[in-house]
Write a protein that binds this ligand. Structure first.
Ligand SMILES: *Cc1c(COP(=O)(O)O)cnc(C)c1O
Length: 468
């Protein structure tokens, strides 16, 4: 299995190279050169497997020998062993033929753990085999930072530095990052905004000398390995509900288009998916692409579902690559126009192909709160403001689909207790394994919005670690 860039210029790479590279040098994203196919009997053979074993089989064709079969099996087993539910991605029935797939049983209570727990181990495995070290740096406004820290903690070949805007992440989110006591985990609170944090990270990567010296890397959502790991839970849900003998609709609350793209990949692999429903908050660029055939950015509005407050969904480029007939140079020209004009029309033929599979639905904050309250009254289920958008979008757009609707719950309600309490009057409790979050010691350095100071800090921390 080789990987090619969506912009058509970068040379093809093997899985382990794509893992470490992240973004392609031509500015594109890596995608498999061809989609692997599972036959009906391959899919039937997944029935009854535990989650880690099923995930291992789904991921195997993407590794192409770059990571050994026993190694990936061991990493998957270890990744999901610590999850808070034996089914790992359990299904709960909400209504006749409407199911909720709960993806919040990992260490930091969002679906990002399902990929990052594995990706952290993959990085460590590949780096150690090459005798290399890497310094992961990232900026977070919430969920990604804690999931990345949990993925990298105590891994021998990696250090991780996560920047968050001081005083601008929720207390649960901050404590999930700062209470991790591991020598290779470094939290930095920047006196500034999330955009300042992102600019600082970009500044670090732009300094090629610094970047090479400390082996800077990222585990952001454009990394192919994250998508690959997420494909597994779509197979798991469908097989549990009768695949390959039934067809499915999945509804996914969407920001960067990574999660729902994994569902698209599952379909390309042969899973019977009739429809993919995208749930948006007020930042509804994706819903507008689907309903209007035109991709157009607008300023980001803060909402109750901050992890979806995005106006450029980077992973959408992977779908565009297929819509543009896998012609990377043509897509590169279209993306250049999009960047220049802030808008891009898909053209009628591509738009029709998009809407044959995808539907989109948008909820503003008022509708989100009302829907959380309504679901609680009807079923007793407490959902967070991201997950409810998937559930509502799925119910609104399932259309005349024949098979079950599966809505994806992306965060535990206790990650967003204020919004859930405002909607239902009930304050969701943290799971027992996190109940002492409020008592744990915090580890964090506060720095100004100053690139030179940040570089000094990172250099100092890494020198200290090496000496210890
Ligand atoms: C990251 C995140 C999303 C958005 O997922 P994408 O893969 O970026 O579309 C949705 N909900 C929650 C809770 C998240 O953390």
């Amino acid at each position: 299995m080789r990987y090619v860039s969506t912009r058509g210029e970068a040379p093809g790479l093997a899985f382990d190279e794509v893992l470490l590279a992240g973004l392609a040098p031509d500015g594109g994203l890596y995608v498999p050169e061809a989609w692997p196919r599972f036959s009906r009997s391959d899919i039937r053979a997944l029935r009854g497997l535990g989650y880690a074993e099923l995930a291992t089989r789904v991921m195997a064709p993407y590794l192409g020998g770059a990571v050994g079969g026993d190694d990936i099996a061991a990493m998957a087993a270890e990744s999901y062993a610590g999850f808070g539910h034996p089914a790992v991605a359990p299904l709960k029935q909400l209504a006749a033929d409407h199911w909720l797939m709960e993806l919040f049983h990992g260490p930091t209570l969002s679906f990002k753990d399902y990929a990052l727990q594995l990706v952290g181990r993959l990085f460590d495995h590949v780096l150690r085999r090459r005798g290399r070290r890497m310094t992961i740096v990232g900026a977070t406004s919430g969920d990604t930072g804690s999931a990345a820290i949990e993925a990298c903690r105590d891994r021998a070949a990696m250090d991780v530095f996560i920047l968050h805007p001081e005083g601008r992440v929720s207390e649960v989110q901050r404590r999930q990052m700062t209470t991790v006591a591991a020598a290779n985990v470094h939290n930095i609170a920047i006196t500034g905004t999330f955009d300042d944090c992102q600019d600082l990270v970009k500044g670090l990567f732009a300094d090629t000398g610094f970047r090479a010296r400390y082996g800077l890397g990222a585990v952001n959502s454009i990394n192919w390995a994250r998508i690959m790991a997420q494909i597994a839970y779509y197979f798991a849900a469908a097989v549990a509900l009768g695949a390959p003998d039934r067809r499915f609709t999945f509804a996914v609350p969407t920001g960067n288009f990574g999660n729902v793209f994994a569902a698209y990949a599952a379909r390309r692999m042969g899973l019977g998916i009739d429809r993919l429903v995208i749930g948006s908050n007020t930042n509804d660029i994706l819903t507008r692409v689907i309903t209007e055939g035109r991709m157009e950015t607008r300023p980001v509005t803060p909402t109750l579902s901050p992890s979806m407050d995005i106006q450029i969904s980077s992973n959408f480029e992977r779908l565009l690559f297929d819509l543009y007939g896998r012609d990377g140079r043509r897509l590169a020209r279209a993306m250049a126009r999009f960047r220049r004009d802030g808008g891009l029309g898909l053209g009628d033929a591509r738009w029709r192909r998009l809407t044959r599979l995808f539907a989109g639905h948008r909820l503003d904050d008022g509708q989100t709160t009302a829907a959380i309250g309504r679901l609680y009254a009807e079923t007793g289920e407490l959902l967070d403001p991201h997950s409810i958008i998937g559930v509502e979008a799925g119910a609104a757009c399932r259309g005349a689909g024949t098979g079950p609707l599966v809505s994806v719950a992306t965060a535990h309600p206790a990650k967003f207790p204020e919004a859930v309490e405002a909607a239902t009057g009930v304050r969701p409790a943290l799971p027992d394994r996190l109940a002492d979050l409020w008592e744990r010691d915090e580890h964090c350095h506060v720095l100004g919005n100053d690139l030179a100071a940040l570089k000094d800090h990172i250099a100092g921390q890494l020198a200290g670690g090496a000496a210890a």
